[in-house]
Design a protein around this ligand. Structure first.
Ligand SMILES: CC(C)(COP(=O)(O)OP(=O)(O)OC[C@H]1O[C@@H](n2cnc3c(N)ncnc32)[C@H](O)[C@@H]1OP(=O)(O)O)[C@@H](O)C(=O)NCCC(=O)NCCS
Length: 261
């Protein structure tokens, strides 16, 4: 069966008060949005206007203008999407960070989210009352992934990367990588070295798997991961606390976000 693909959406910056009709999300659901990070000169002030002082400061500190614009777009679009779950205007959401840097909604503790961005695209994963993590990477064929795997990953991950079609090695390496990042971001610790104690175990059609944690008690050793179909050249995954969850792709029209569903 072919997997549904994430559609990377524009997300216009006008809100039209759509936050007044919140999107429902259940405990067993992890909702995933794909967004693009383009922003025109005329959109930029509106996008920046919904950001917090901290978010604007972080964007301003980026050296490249392209990265500054993408940071403003990512955080403004994140706020637009979260406003639909919280039922509050995007500019009024209090987004704080844990001591390890994981952002959270301090006034809406049930709504959990995670952002990942790379080369003009981003994924936002949203869940209710369970921690969630996401990671997105662009395939870069110039990288020597076997060397990296030998240096950093487990024997089992190295065997997975080296086996099978050599043309798919970069994709397989990135699967082991995004699985780690998604799980570690769900846990709020970010990427944590060493990485060689853990390994990826794939199931069925390879859209699902578990990151098996080498240093963890047996009841929490296997952490479920869902791989997302993102189109050629992109690999991404989400992970969440527990095992009783499934992924819903929020691939509706742009109006779903800013004008109500
Ligand atoms: C956080 C981290 C996982 C980001 O990975 P990445 O592949 O470079 O970037 P991604 O695009 O996937 O994710 C970045 C987003 O993850 C979120 N994030 C940041 N720290 C996080 C954490 N500890 N856990 C979960 N999510 C985190 C943020 O929204 C961030 O975007 P922003 O900086 O624009 O707000 C990586 O930097 C890391 O592992 N850091 C180690 C922890 C650390 O150094 N913390 C800093 C302490 S102040």
């Amino acid at each position: 069966m072919e997997k549904a693909q994430v559609i990377f959406q524009q997300v216009p910056f006008e809100t039209d008060g759509a936050w007044r009709s919140p999107i429902a999300i259940h405990h067993d659901d992890v909702q995933v949005w794909g967004i693009t990070l383009d922003v025109t000169d005329s959109e930029l002030p509106r996008a920046a206007s919904v950001l917090s002082h901290d978010e604007r400061g972080r964007a301003e500190r980026l050296i490249s203008e392209g990265h500054r614009r993408q940071s403003i777009a990512a955080h403004a679009k994140l706020r637009l999407i979260l406003s639909r779950y919280c039922g509050a205007p995007p500019g009024q959401l209090a987004i704080r960070r844990t001591s390890d840097g994981k952002p959270f909604l301090s006034d809406y503790p049930s709504i959990r989210f995670n952002l990942t961005h790379s080369h003009g695209r981003a994924l936002i994963a949203v869940a209710r009352d369970r921690e969630v993590g996401a990671d997105l990477e662009q395939v870069r064929r110039e990288v020597d992934v076997v060397r990296l795997a030998k240096r950093f990953l487990s024997e089992r991950d190295l065997a997975f990367i080296e086996d099978g079609d050599p043309a798919q090695r970069h994709e397989r390496f990135l699967k082991t990588w995004v699985a780690r990042e998604a799980v570690f971001k769900a846990d709020g610790r970010g990427i944590t070295f060493p990485l060689h104690r853990d390994y990826l175990e794939l199931t069925g059609d390879e859209t699902k798997g578990s990151l098996v944690l080498g240093d963890t008690a047996s009841d929490q050793r296997k952490r479920p991961v869902r791989f997302l179909s993102l189109g050629p050249g992109w690999i991404g995954a989400v992970a969440a606390e527990g095992t009783d969850w499934t992924v819903t792709l929020c691939n509706g029209s742009e109006s779903q976000i800013n004008r109500g569903t």
